[in-house]
Design a protein around this ligand. Structure first.
Ligand code: HEM
Length: 398
């Protein structure tokens, strides 16, 4: 019998929400026999699991199936795959280089990048939104942050695409992603040596100098952090910006309202994140037998925390399938929760807000065109291709 919930099933990729609803109602602790993992789908259960790192560990990887990143763990340890207390120490260290002030200071350059990208396509009246806007924007922001020169950005994006689009059930795609990981490793290693010899005003240099209680990051931890930023921060933000285009194009009235009043964007971004969460789910490993809703998850088994389902749980949100601009949400799981709460949440929110402030200043109305293609990824929900059309204009028109 085929599984009710398999993250790589094309039907789930197309529209996971009806399946999540069945899971929440009928099997809130669901066992996928084929791939041998549990899936939690209700908000409260996931909220609790993210805080319970003792029983729900991140140390054995955070995706189900063959975990490529976990395989890279010795070469480049990543805090997203560690538990406290080591996780807490590392997080404290990198937070030194990732302060709210540093993020806020990036607004001007993010805006200039967004405008530059818009300038290259708004006279055409049509664009593959992912390829020319939602994709390059976070890549350039991240490349700037890390101090990666312009000429290497496309290569950088290519590695990151191949890493996120890995399908653990397809050996060719696993091999491709492994090569991409090794490519990145080979790129970052000499770059780090160069920064060690000669500091610049970039995140890598700040990370080299970050110190807590006399402790600094090891060479491997530093490489791991740069690698993790790529996986954690690039595609996720691309898909937030792409999913937002889809949400708005399906709701012309909301699009008009926001285009006329940009101050509504911060609240709207929270609703975009909730309704189409770019990270649909990440896994933990249970360290002891855990009983929940009459099921026993045996020690050592993988548990998928379906953030995308939690964010539409009717137990947490009234009318969860609707986009409600002035919804007052108290909690959400788009960025996870607990010790691993997304380190880049403020940056992602900033990028999405600025991307739309700029876009809607020139293109107040747009529609989806034929040819959209979903991204084939287990944890990440978004688009590989998203053609849109709009009234042609020019940057000087404003
Ligand atoms: C962690 C989502 C953007 C860096 C996480 C987690 C989620 C998430 C769900 C929790 C992982 C877990 O539960 O195991 C997102 C989404 C983004 C986004 C939806 C965009 C819309 C970014 C950006 C950066 C970033 C822009 C960095 C520049 C990180 C890091 C962690 C993390 C470093 C690991 C934190 C830790 O282990 O303590 N993110 N993220 N993310 N994210 Fe993000």
């Amino acid at each position: 019998m085929s599984e009710l919930y398999n993250p790589y099933d094309p039907a789930v990729q197309a529209d996971p929400y009806p399946i999540y609803q069945v899971l929440r109602e009928e099997s809130p602790v669901y066992w996928n026999k084929e791939q041998e993992f549990w899936a939690l789908s209700r908000f409260d259960d996931i909220w609790a699991a993210t805080q319970d790192h003792r029983r729900f560990s991140s140390a054995k990887g955070i995706v189900v199936g063959q975990d490529l990143a976990a395989g890279m763990g010795d070469l480049m340890p990543m805090m997203i795959m560690m538990d406290p207390p080591r996780h807490s120490a590392l997080r404290k260290l990198v937070s030194r280089a990732f302060t709210p002030r540093r993020i806020a200071e990036m607004e001007g350059s993010i805006r200039a990048t967004a405008r530059g990208l818009l300038g290259s396509f708004i006279e055409r009246g049509e664009v593959d939104f992912v390829h020319e806007y939602a994709g390059p924007l976070p890549t350039i922001v991240m490349a700037d942050m890390l101090g990666i020169p312009n000429e290497d950005r496309q290569q950088f994006r290519d590695w990151s695409d191949r890493l996120v689009q890995v399908n653990p059930n397809d050996p060719a795609s696993v091999e491709d992603a492994t090569n991409a990981a090794l490519g990145l490793y080979g790129y970052f290693t000499p770059m780090l040596a160069a920064r060690r010899a000669n500091r610049k005003d970039d995140l890598m240099s700040a990370l080299l100098d970050a110190e807590v209680d006399g402790e600094t990051l090891t060479e491997e931890e530093l490489l791991g952090f740069c690698f993790m930023l790529l996986i954690a921060g690039n595609e996720t933000t691309t898909n937030l910006i792409s999913n937002t285009a889809q949400i708005l194009s399906e709701r012309p009235e909301t699009l008009r309202t926001i285009a006329a009043e940009h101050s509504l964007l911060p609240a709207a971004v929270e609703e975009f994140l909730r309704l189409e969460s770019p990270v649909q789910g990440l896994a933990r490993t249970v360290t002891e037998d855990v009983e929940l809703h009459g099921e026993t998850m045996r020690a050592g088994s993988k548990v998928m925390l379906l953030y995308g389902s939690a964010n539409r749980d009717e137990r947490e949100y009234a009318d969860p399938e609707s986009f409600i601009l002035d919804r007052k949400t108290e909690r959400g799981l788009a960025f996870g929760h607990g010790p691993h709460f997304c380190l880049g949440a403020a940056l992602a929110r900033l990028e999405c807000r600025v991307a739309y402030e700029e876009l809607l200043s020139y293109v107040p109305d747009f529609a989806l065109a034929d040819g959209a293609e979903r991204l084939l990824s287990g944890p990440v929900r978004g688009y590989k291709k998203l053609p849109i059309t709009f009234e042609p204009t020019s940057i000087s028109a404003r």
